[in-house]
Design a protein. Structure first.
Length: 223
């Protein structure tokens, strides 16, 4: 999956119009460019629709984006802190060099989404549906994929630290490019994932513990 690296690479770059705010509930943001803006203090934008728009070097702190629709959105250098994106819908969207901390995105639907050089810390993706999502060169720390469905999701160059996969469903999820796979739970949910033989060896102790396998190198003798 390819995604633009620069604002100028966007097919709609020449159509973008400057946007100065504020955000509104169920607002429509079509071909707008949000640049170096700060949306803080619990600003409400639930149900908003973003179409062929760009966000650069902005701050979203405590912003309510519940049930928002992000179609062909491109974001760079932007921070999302304590926001809610629960039940949101993402399509053909790219986040590059962004950070997401304490973000609620449970029950969200992400399709053909790219996270590149991003840091995700304590992001709640429980029961979310991820289709053809790429985490490229990212750090995913304490990310919760519990009960989520991951279909065709890849992690090239990324590190998973204390990730949660309890009761998740994986289909063609490719972990072979991940630099580290550290799971807090849900080892049994890796069924359907692609991993390397080296990764299997690294995961073996946790898998054995999850399955209740007792590993002993020598047979005890009784006299």
């Amino acid at each position: 999956m390819t995604a633009p690296d620069e604002l100028a690479d966007l097919p709609y770059a020449d159509q973008l119009r400057p946007f100065s705010g504020p955000l509104t509930v169920e607002g429509d943001y079509d071909t707008v460019h949000m640049d170096r803006l700060s949306f803080e203090g619990g600003e409400r934008a639930a149900g908003s629709r973003f179409l062929e728009s760009a966000v650069t070097d902005c701050v979203f702190a405590g912003t309510n984006l519940r049930r928002a629709r992000l179609n062909d959105l491109w974001a760079s250098g932007t921070r999302f802190t304590g926001c809610t994106l629960a039940e949101s819908s993402w399509l053909d969207t790219t986040l590059t060099g962004c950070s997401l901390a304490g973000v609620e995105a449970f029950d969200a639907v992400l399709r053909r989404v790219v996270f590149r050089h991003c840091k995700l810390d304590s992001v709640n993706l429980r029961a979310a549906a991820l289709h053809e999502v790429v985490f490229e060169d990212c750090v995913l720390r304490d990310v919760d994929f519990g009960q989520a469905k991951l279909d065709g999701v890849t992690f090239p160059g990324s590190r998973l630290e204390r990730a949660r996969f309890g009761r998740a469903t994986l289909k063609k999820a490719d972990l072979r490019g991940a630099l580290a796979i550290d799971l807090a739970d849900g080892h049994e949910s890796l069924r359907g994932a692609l991993i390397t033989s080296v990764q299997l060896l690294e995961l073996a102790p946790a898998l054995a513990q999850t399955l209740g396998i007792i590993v002993k190198d020598r047979q005890e003798t009784h006299q």
